[in-house]
Design a protein around this ligand. Structure first.
Ligand code: EPZ
Length: 416
């Protein structure tokens, strides 16, 4: 089992390019099940979650081929509509295969998804969406059996603006005859990116990014070349790294307004942030100031995927911060590990209070999930002394060659 070994206390200095967004790539890889032809996705990082989705596409009878950083997917002639537990269990986004397989092959047998252990993560909204489009859905023996032979467009009302359910239902509707309206949709940029990808392939999807998405079913989608939006969570992670370590960082290929809330929260800290075109320049020259209070929310609110990284920042900020995690019921597993490093944090259920300290101390810690692991990397980078992080495969799910990128910025981190 690999580990990260970090010698903390170095300043950040340099420039980094943000990779393509993991949470845009995963639904788009699922959408390839709708397409009768080849898709070339450009500049795809080998996130472990991306590799897990490729394994599922190959199992379904598709072909996936890497040409350097480009990923070519051909789902022209799938051999089955089954996703076994061994593959579904590896990644939450496996459930995104349901809608597209159902729409094109009409029959699906899929196991329950895996993914980061940050809560129960039910899929009831996904299944009720498929039923609203006329699919028969039966859950039995740990599998979900769906029959889409009588599907037709219709109205779907989401009780919660779930990102995955919005995307899954969009994909189910694009090849389903008639008009579909999805109410109370997620507005994340990755939902908009999925719409743009689908429409480039010949679909008719409208108003993604708003709360009611409309889809006109079409007969066929054809393959294209496509590059997704940049990863706003990776960009946010680097911004926080600079605020914590001090120094100067230029983040290229980022969309600043997707991190507007984070950037505005940092405006009280001794951080100069310049945004020009697709570059965010961060200059941090002193101890950050506490955010005071922070509540995670659906987009465009503060992203739950930056909550853990922000908590590491609050641990070394001046002042006290209350953090409320509104999206997932157990997304605080990084707290005991941050406390091992000297973090002064108390918590109950979804609320925690972080009293900023001027210093953290290196320790042996354990990554509990993807973003919790990222928060421990950030804490290790500023801690006095050595930090070892175990279970870093979870971090590799959503950060590619993180240690190489941080080393190129003058920080001291190795994979051992
Ligand atoms: C997506 O997960 C992201 N993953 C998550 O990123 C992100 O944290 C989350 O959206 C929220 O922004 C991908 O896009 C692959 P949800 P998803 O459905 O779709 C409840 C990361 O670190 N819910 O919007 O699973 C659910 O329990 C990952 O990159 C239901 O109740 O999130 C949660 O409380 C972690 N029933 C809330 O909705 C359902 O059927 C938000 O979940 C579906 C969800």
């Amino acid at each position: 089992m690999a580990k990260f070994f970090i010698n903390g206390g170095k300043k950040i200095e340099g420039e980094i390019e943000v990779e393509s967004a993991k949470n845009a790539l995963l639904p788009i890889l699922s959408a390839c099940n709708l397409i009768d032809g080849k898709v070339r996705l450009k500049k795809v990082p080998k996130f472990l979650d991306v590799l897990a989705m490729c394994d599922i596409l190959n199992y379904l009878g598709g072909k996936t081929l890497w040409e350097e950083d480009d990923l070519i997917i051909d789902m022209s002639s799938p051999k089955c509509g089954d996703v076994p537990n061994s593959l579904a269990d590896k990644v939450r986004a496996s459930i995104f295969m349901l809608g597209p397989i159902l729409a094109r092959q009409k029959k699906v047998k899929i196991a329950y998804p895996g993914g980061c252990d940050i809560g129960l993560r039910p899929i009831d909204l996904h299944l009720s969406g498929m039923r609203a489009l006329g699919a028969k859905v039966v859950e039995k023996n740990g599998y979900i059996y769906c029959d889409g032979s009588n599907m037709k467009g219709g109205d779907v009302i989401l009780n919660f603006p779930s990102v995955g359910a919005t995307e899954n239902i969009m994909m189910a509707a694009v090849l389903t005859k008639g008009k579909t309206r999805i109410y109370n949709c997620a507005k994340e940029p990755e939902v908009v990116d999925l719409q743009n990808f689908l429409n480039a392939c010949g679909a008719k999807v409208y108003n993604a990014g708003c709360s009611v998405i409309e889809i006109e079913g079409v007969d066929k989608l054809t393959g294209i070349e496509y590059q997704t939006i940049p990863d706003r969570i990776i960009a946010g992670t680097y911004i926080i790294a600079c605020a914590m370590c001090g120094g100067k960082l230029t983040i290229k290929g980022a969309i600043a307004q997707e991190n507007q809330v984070l950037l505005s929260k940092l405006s009280n800290s001794p951080c100069i942030i310049d945004v020009k075109d697709d570059k965010i320049k961060v200059k941090s020259y002193g101890r950050p100031k506490s955010f005071g209070e922070l509540e995670t929310a659906v987009y465009p609110g503060f992203p739950t995927d930056l909550q853990a990284q922000t908590m590491a920042l609050q641990c070394v900020s001046e002042g006290t911060c209350m953090i409320v995690e509104n999206l997932f019921e157990s997304r605080f597993k990084h707290i005991p590990e941050l406390i091992k490093m000297g973090g002064d944090i108390s918590f109950r259920d979804r609320v925690c209070v972080v009293r900023g300290r001027d210093k953290l101390y290196g320790a042996d810690v354990w990554a509990s999930d993807l973003r919790g692991g990222a928060s421990l990397v950030l804490a290790g980078l500023v801690a006095e002394g050595y930090t070892t992080i175990s279970n870093i495969e979870l971090i590799d799910r959503g950060y590619f060659k993180l240690e190489e990128k941080l080393t190129s910025l003058g920080l001291n981190i190795k994979r051992i």
